[in-house]
Design a protein around this ligand. Structure first.
Ligand code: F6P
Length: 523
């Protein structure tokens, strides 16, 4: 077995001295609002001032990584060795954005760029329907939203869900004769994508398009299946087994992005991500942004007991960063057995949630500030805006800093009382009201600052999170590159679909509720 961490006979993570020392140091540390801690990486700033810190914690973190053979696993990751042990393959997404990639990657990049040059010079396809789900969807939505938020010369629609309303809505109003169908599926077996793809082909055919397959581009690691489905070979772009679905935006899955907002956007993102890869590979422990961010996250999860992580992009253009990171973090770290299949003895990846600011402030920030639980927050903001209303951007920046400061510094009862009294509230009422206005403070956060939103900085940002997740996977001893939890439901859904259609007899093995609804939904 390609085991990376302890065998069954070896101690569990919580029994390892380096782990215990790290957790104890995390619990004994404090968030020091006066202890400014800012790291620079690939053009981004990561401000960790809002995280637990102490010299002991730093030393314990370094010892913990050594105890988990971190350097070895980082080398394996970056050199394309097999690191995804349950699927027996590499997770070599860094190669997709390498400045001098291996031949197959370079050739596919060139093919894609030529395709785009031709389509653009012919002004072909004013509409794109991008069909894919999960990793074959979120990265494209994110980048098209980030750089095409004010409109793109090609109209782009997305259809991901199996819900027929999704494809119906996505196709509605498009000219079938001038629409390119981009079907992205690494496995080319994903039911949602194949069914939505069929609907799009039918839609073109019903509108009189003679050969709908001429308006189809497929991106997949299974060209054989795509060909059998009807896609002409010349219209298939390849990706490889060693590209995990949630890392595939770096591959030809970026086709729609390039058609919508330009090949230079894709190239810029590659450059930014590659710069973060280089930083991750070579920056010292203290200055390594993904490593420090990962360790801060482990303190929050395991020393302080926070079960979730809030993502707060103070940037309207990054709305899809939240679901993108949800997939990256939760598919990667939502595991509870280690590489040997033994239960992990500590809590692993947090639930990830969020919404862009300032909308988030008016939705759930109350809970972040004053609930009994709270959650660490990643604030993400650009120093410079892309629009020309400085007063908007000043307010946005101020809100971002203010929310973070409130979480960090809090507000004491005494300050709240003075505030009430100063506002003319009578003493007795002020003493009561002040209790409701206390903010505990000391709630952890990161602040990530992009000088401005460019393909380069977005690429660096995504790679920062990818590597942070990897470091956490190594420390927790789990495989951050598989997703078996998603597979079981797919199998059950297939069986229930057949029961609902009558193709299969009702399954006696269902629980009472599922059996009841299968019967009712079968009409
Ligand atoms: O949701 C599970 C998953 O396997 C993701 O990991 C993947 O991004 C998505 O489905 C889509 O898979 P595919 O690209 O193979 O259609």
């Amino acid at each position: 077995m390609n085991s990376v961490l302890p065998t069954a006979q070896q101690p569990t993570l919580d029994q390892i001295a380096e782990w215990q020392a790290f957790i104890e140091a995390g619990q004994a540390s404090v968030v020091d609002p006066a202890g400014l801690r800012v790291l620079e990486a690939a053009g981004l700033c990561l401000d960790l001032t809002g995280q637990m810190a102490s010299p002991q914690l730093g030393e314990a973190g370094q010892a913990l990584l050594a105890a988990r053979d971190f350097d070895l696993y980082r080398d394996k990751l970056l050199s394309g060795q097999s690191i995804n042990n349950t699927e027996d393959r590499a997770a070599w997404h860094t190669m997709l954005r390498a400045p001098a990639p291996v031949e197959a990657v370079a050739a596919e990049r060139q093919r894609m760029n030529e395709f785009i040059r031709k389509a653009d010079s012919e002004r072909r396809w004013r509409n794109i329907i991008h069909i894919g789900i999960g990793g074959s969807d979120w990265g494209v939505r994110l980048t098209v939203g980030a750089f095409g938020y004010a409109g793109t010369w090609r109209r782009v629609r997305f259809a991901a869900s199996i819900d027929g309303h999704a494809i119906e809505g996505a196709l509605s109003g498009l000219n079938p004769h001038d629409t390119l169908i981009v079907l992205a599926s690494k496995s080319f077996t994903t039911a949602e994508t194949l069914q939505n793809g069929q609907r799009a082909i039918e839609w073109q055919r019903n509108a009189g398009v003679e050969d709908p397959y001429a308006n189809l581009m497929v991106v997949t690691a299974r060209p054989d299946l795509a060909k059998a489905w009807g896609a002409p070979e010349s219209q298939i772009f390849r990706l490889w087994d060693w590209v995990g679905g949630r890392f595939s935006l770096w591959s030809s899955v970026g086709l729609t992005t390039a058609l919508a907002v330009g090949s230079d956007v894709v190239a810029g993102m590659h450059a930014g991500a590659a710069a973060m890869d280089a930083h991750f590979a070579s920056a010292s422990f203290e200055k390594n942004a993904p490593i420090q961010m990962a360790l801060a996250g482990i303190v929050n999860r395991n020393a302080l007991g926070y079960a979730s992580l809030n993502i707060a992009p103070y940037d309207f253009r990054l709305a899809n960063l939240v679901p993108y990171l949800q997939q990256l973090e939760m598919e990667s770290l939502g595991k509870s057995v280690d590489l040997d299949g033994d239960p992990v003895s500590v809590a692993t990846g947090p639930a990830v949630w969020g919404m862009p600011g300032t909308d988030a402030q008016h939705t759930f920030f109350q809970w972040l500030h004053q609930s009994s639980d709270g959650a660490p927050v990643d604030f993400i903001v650009c120093q410079e805006a892309g629009h020309h209303w400085p007063e908007h951007h000043r307010s946005l920046l101020a809100n971002c800093l203010a929310q973070r400061e409130a979480l960090l510094q809090g507000k004491s009862y005494e300050d709240a009382l003075q505030e009430c009294l100063a506002a003319g509230v009578p003493q007795e009422k002020a003493e009561w009201l002040a209790k409701h206005r206390v903010h505990p403070g000391g709630r952890p956060s990161n602040l990530i600052v992009l000088p401005k939103l460019t393909p380069y900085t977005l690429g660096a940002l995504l790679a920062l999170y990818e590597h942070k997740v990897f470091v956490q996977g190594v420390v927790w001893g789990i495989n951050p590159f598989d997703q078996w939890g998603v597979e079981y439901g797919k199998v059950l859904a297939q069986g229930i679909t057949e029961e609902l259609s009558g193709a299969k007899a009702k399954d006696g093995g269902h629980d009472a509720s599922t059996a009841y609804w299968v019967k009712r939904f079968s009409g």
